[in-house]
Design a binder for this molecule. Structure first.
Ligand code: NAP
Length: 293
């Protein structure tokens, strides 16, 4: 059995390298070895190495830049998954892929189900949705995990930005009208490798799943919990909890529009793979622990 992991130096990819290590031979070419925008090179690589499982954690994730770099976002988020799915269908390989809450329109206050109508608000969201649909159309064996608000101890993400700003500033204004679940890369990797193992024994488990911790918060709520837990863990901060003010998305304009409601219904994943997802607060403390000196 040989597994190809793409995006090994990203937040999720890094955790997947650890989680997949016990599952046989792992091939994990970094960008310097395989440029994923070069689809002909990717195709050659697949035919040369003939993996029977592909785990695609690579993506174009610069949500705001995607509004102006549309072709690049589509190449990585739509055309690359389509190519991987075509190879998987032709070679009876399994494709594991990651998608986003940004495929949903973000209205209302109810959780999105995997079958809910989509309606991306951004180029990034549209490119991710088109990637999901391309995989389904190719008819290969696959697992797609739609996740939200990813963070980890490495890379750039909201957690690390807050820890930096909270150490430098004595007041901050954070968006409070976008609601979702902050999801650590470690949880994504562990849950998806668990699901992959079960899927190898039960082909009917293939398909699309939401993957996030239980519970929801806003970016403002996430920031306050980061500062509360960081202070409790002994990290030095300049910011006081009462100086973190709540603002609306309209007060913080960005090139790409974000969904206000990113709540994801999680029961399909829990039921299919006998998983009990943890709450987002306990997951935050695990990642904070990784950042402690
Ligand atoms: N981040 C979020 O908040 C979020 C939310 C929902 C869903 N997701 C989805 O979750 C998955 C993993 O996200 P993540 O946060 O782990 O992403 P990430 O940290 O941005 O990692 C993306 C990976 O893709 C690689 N990559 C990008 N362009 C490449 C190219 N031309 N050639 C080779 N490699 C290239 C990057 O390589 P380098 O390391 O060399 O740059 C990096 O390893 C993605 O499918 C993403 O859409 C993410």
């Amino acid at each position: 059995m040989s597994t190809l992991l793409l995006g090994v130096n990203g937040q999720v990819g890094h955790e997947l390298r650890r989680a997949l290590a016990v599952h046989g031979a792992l091939l994990a070419p970094p960008r310097t070895r395989l440029d994923l925008t070069d689809l002909a090179a990717v195709d050659d690589f697949l035919h040369q190495h003939q993996p029977d499982t592909i785990v695609n954690a690579a993506a174009y994730t610069a949500v705001d830049k995607a509004e102006s770099e549309t072709a690049l976002a589509r190449r990585l988020n739509t055309e690359l998954p389509d190519l991987l799915a075509r190879y998987s269908a032709d070679h009876e390989a399994v494709l594991v892929h990651y998608s986003s809450d940004y495929v949903y329109p973000g209205d209302g206050d109810q959780p999105w189900h995997e079958d809910s109508p989509t309606g991306p608000l951004s180029i990034y969201g549209q490119s991710k949705l088109d990637g999901d649909e391309a995989i389904a159309r190719r008819g290969c064996s696959h697992l797609i995990f739609r996740t939200s608000w990813v963070y980890s101890a490495r890379g750039s993400n909201f957690l690390k930005t807050m820890l930096r700003l909270g150490g430098e500033r004595d007041s901050l204004a954070i968006v409070a009208d976008q609601v979702g679940a902050p999801t650590p890369a470690r949880l994504i990797a562990d849950a998806s490798v668990h699901a992959l193992r079960r899927y190898r024994e039960a082909a009917e488990l293939g398909g699309l799943y939401h993957l996030a911790p239980r519970g929801v918060t806003s970016w403002h709520g996430f920031a306050c919990e980061i500062f509360r837990q960081a202070r409790h863990a002994g990290m030095a901060l300049a910011i006081a909890p009462e100086r973190v003010s709540a603002i609306a998305s309209d007060d913080y304009p960005t090139p790409a529009t974000r969904p206000l409601n990113s709540r994801l219904e999680l029961s399909r994943l829990e039921n299919a793979f006998a998983l009990e997802l943890p709450d987002w607060q306990s997951q935050l403390s695990l990642t904070l622990h990784d950042l402690l000196p």
